[in-house]
Design a binder for this molecule. Structure first.
Ligand SMILES: [Zn+2]
Length: 91
């Protein structure tokens, strides 16, 4: 029966790790959600943000142009990070 008990302990540890990962992911998603009032003017370039966009994206802070620039930059940065960590593992 010791084998079974050992198996349970191992499963528990793995489950704890999974829970921690999910908590982490939920926390990260929460930080990315827009908060508060939608801005009438873009935070970056001060352009008017159309009311339709403010209603479609609650808490919007950037105009369409700045938002897409922002998305492009964060995507490029994520790609760079992934390649970087792979390189350092190989060397
Ligand atoms: Zn803008």
């Amino acid at each position: 029966m010791t084998g079974v008990a050992g198996g349970f302990a191992k499963d528990g540890a793995v489950q704890e790790q999974i829970d921690a990962t999910i908590d982490d992911a939920v926390e990260r998603v929460r930080h990315r959600l827009p908060r508060g009032e939608s801005l009438k003017h873009c935070e970056e370039c001060d352009a008017d943000i159309p009311e339709a966009r403010r209603k479609a994206v609650p808490g919007v802070r950037l105009c369409v142009r700045c938002q897409s620039e922002n998305d492009k930059q964060s995507t490029a940065f994520a790609g760079y990070n992934r390649r970087g960590s792979k390189d350092s593992q190989l060397r």
